[in-house]
Design a protein around this ligand. Structure first.
Ligand code: HGY
Ligand code: MN
Ligand code: MN
Length: 417
């Protein structure tokens, strides 16, 4: 039986709106790139909020933050609730943030009720989930899960040449704990769906069974700078025209692989980027995703074939680098059962689903039983300043998260420590 504790929806919503002001944009979004001063401010805010509840906050060597609320039995591994506070450059108020502040609301609810869980609870803020400033995404949880080592993370550079390590130290969040040393027994992550399914099917809760496969590439195309007025077309080696042909092919590759395949180019840099110079060099990124790794292999083969074809034509030099590969992930049946039971107990219409977006849970599932909970977002829109969801949906997701954690905790006494 899940204990009957109710979260405070208004307090949750107020915390979402308060933190949305840290890095808030005039259009109502958030620009809070990882390891910037705005990220430091929201980290400081979270640390203060958790310490006010009597939690101890530890930071690891890549800036992951862990706030622990003791339980009745310190021999049981903590149950974690985690997500991220960093955003896209034109991010919304809820992507990642709902998962962290929903967890904070749960700590406040238990604190107010004087309720003691069996296992300790642990609220986690994972560093650089977005991968926008420093690629790849999910870098903090990836180092925690042993997918990357600290040196790799520290060496990642943003497009201005600042490294992850320099930025982390500049905001004072290089913690002393070794990444991966702060253990927990399971993790639950609450997140907005960032897609249209729940809203279209009028469901309130997504019981997320896994995350699709994701691959990121970087392509540079080299041609030759020349005068746009005096260089005849047949003499040109126009890197931007070459890049445009590849970008068109990338969209076609995604469309050729069925409704679940997606392919995107989100970042492009043209040199010298002058209106009367034929571009000599173009750098751009590719993001491929699909629920099945075999389909991603097929998409990758077609991308390589397009690069080979351009090379054979000889007048441009393309170069392709695979910079990230996150295989499709399936979450833990026990954790999912707790989410299902909690959604049913709360009476919310729910459905099982796979996540199109990447999440820290995808890496944490490698080292601990993990599951996710989705709530709808308006129009399925995310990574957009107009991202929105309602107080009621945030509250529903957080209530289901609380119920899932308490159900899992209740079974904790049978779990080996
Ligand atoms: O890329 C993603 O899916 C996530 O937003 N980092
Ligand atoms: Mn996110
Ligand atoms: Mn995101």
């Amino acid at each position: 039986m899940i204990p009957n504790l109710q979260i405070d929806a208004r307090r949750l919503w107020d915390s979402l709106m308060e933190t949305a002001g840290i890095g808030g944009t005039p259009r109502g979004g958030i620009a809070r790139l990882t390891l910037t001063d705005a990220d430091r401010q929201v980290r400081d805010w979270l640390k203060q909020e958790c310490e006010r509840l009597g939690c101890t906050v530890t930071v690891d060597e890549v800036g992951n933050m862990f706030a622990v609320r003791p339980g009745r039995r310190s021999d049981l591994p903590p149950i974690a609730i985690g997500s991220h506070l960093d955003t896209q450059p034109t991010g919304g108020k809820f992507d990642g943030i709902l998962g962290v502040l929903g967890g904070l609301e749960i700590l406040k609810t238990l604190h107010d009720a004087g309720y003691e869980t069996n296992a300790p609870l642990m609220l986690v803020n994972w560093t650089n989930e977005e991968g926008s400033r420093f690629a790849p995404a999910m870098l903090g949880s990836g180092v925690y899960a042993g997918v990357f080592d600290r040196a790799y993370a520290d060496s990642r550079e943003d497009r201005q040449g600042v490294t992850f390590g320099e930025a982390l130290e500049a905001i004072g969040y290089r913690g002393s704990a070794k990444a991966g040393s702060i253990r927990f027994g399971a993790m639950f992550e609450l997140h907005i769906e960032q897609g249209p399914i729940l809203e279209q099917e009028e469901k309130v809760v997504g019981i997320v069974e896994g995350v699709q496969g994701m691959r990121w590439y970087e392509i540079s195309v080299t041609g030759r700078e020349a005068h746009t007025g005096s260089t005849p077309m047949p003499m040109r080696r126009d890197a931007l025209v070459g890049a445009a042909r590849l970008i068109d092919r990338i969209e076609a590759i995604a469309l050729e692989h069925g409704p679940s395949a997606v392919g995107s180019v989100g970042l492009i840099e043209v040199q010298p980027n002058s209106r009367n110079v034929v571009p000599g060099h173009v750098f751009f990124t590719v993001d491929f995703r699909h629920p099945e790794d075999a389909v991603l292999d097929a998409m990758e083969r077609k991308l390589l074939a397009a690069i080979d074809e351009m090379t054979r034509k000889a007048h441009l030099e393309p170069e392709l680098k695979k910079v990230w590969e996150s295989p499709a992930v399936r979450f833990d049946a026990d954790c999912l059962a707790s989410v299902q039971k909690s959604a049913e107990a709360a009476g919310y219409p729910a459905r099982r689903m796979i996540s199109g977006a990447g999440h820290d849970a995808a890496y944490i599932a490698r080292v601990a039983p993990t599951a996710m909970i989705f709530v709808p977002c308006a129009g399925g829109l995310s990574h957009n300043e107009e991202e929105s969801t309602s107080l009621e949906e945030c509250a529903a997701g957080t209530q289901v998260l609380l119920g899932a954690v308490l159900d899992y905790d209740g079974r904790g006494t049978e779990r080996p420590s």
